[in-house]
Design a protein around this ligand. Structure first.
Ligand code: UDP
Length: 234
């Protein structure tokens, strides 16, 4: 079914260079064009960008660096990505709002759920940056929370793999594709496609999660028509 309101989680790496690092304007524009396909189809579109192209706590885990400031650096990275995406989407003629969970009035609106929903109703693409605003989380959890708060019909996770497998298909040639997975199964098998916290939040709020290959532009066209792509956790 075609979603009325979608929350699209974009990993930071998809905005980086060929190694998934830094902010590559070409990759950002590429992603913005794909987001435009969903919005052009009349779907209210909200985005949660990750920050892994710039910084993650995991990058410095073994260095002795304290986790809280490292996570805060990661959250700042998602705001940098949000700004880049906003710029690209506006250059494509889209109206957008960048919202942050960390107050930064000079560059983005502070996140208020009622305001976010109003922007979506008015046809603006809303980018939620800053993750949850709290260390010890990831943007997967942030996207599950935001999807629940804005009452999205679907959380779509833009991935580099075409769905869920019982083991990593890049490492195991006999990995089995799983088209439909229950939240329970995702939690029990600790499926690595998303944080377990994100699965729990979506289960509680009955938000289906779609994991799909976002490198293939056609998938966005299918998604825009409400056609099945990737795997679904529900
Ligand atoms: N982060 C955090 N709290 C949040 C979201 C993110 O502390 O609510 C930090 C955390 O260090 C995380 C980094 O920001 O690793 C970047 O986010 P994430 O790893 O989710 O980005 P992605 O993998 O999607 O690019």
């Amino acid at each position: 079914m075609k979603p009325k309101r979608i929350l699209l989680k974009i990993t930071g790496e998809s905005l980086g260079d060929k190694n998934g690092e830094g902010v590559d304007p070409k990759s950002v524009m590429n992603m913005a064009k794909k987001i435009k396909i969903l919005h052009d189809a009349g779907i209210e579109t909200a985005i949660v960008p990750g920050g892994g192209n710039i910084f993650r706590w995991k990058f410095v885990r073994d260095s002795g660096m304290t986790r809280v400031p490292a996570d805060q650096m990661g959250m700042m990275a998602t705001i940098i990505n949000g700004l880049a995406l906003q710029d690209a989407l506006e250059r494509l003629g889209k109206y957008t709002r960048l919202m942050t969970t960390i107050e930064m009035p000079q560059i983005a609106e502070f996140y208020i759920v009622r305001r976010a929903k109003r922007h979506l109703e008015k046809g603006r693409i809303v980018i939620f940056s800053g993750g949850t605003g709290t260390p010890f989380f990831t943007t997967d959890s942030a996207s599950a929370l935001k999807a629940s708060e804005i009452e999205a019909d679907l959380l779509a996770k833009a991935s580099t793999i075409n769905g869920i497998y019982d083991k990593d298909p890049r490492k195991f040639s006999d990995a089995k594709f799983l088209k439909n997975v229950s939240y329970h199964e995702a939690l029990e098998k600790k499926l690595a496609v998303m944080d377990l916290t994100a699965f729990t939040i979506c289960e509680e709020n009955k938000i289906p999660i779609m994991i799909f290959d976002a490198e293939n532009e056609e998938n966005f066209a299918h998604l825009a028509k409400g056609e099945d792509v990737g795997s679904i956790v529900s």
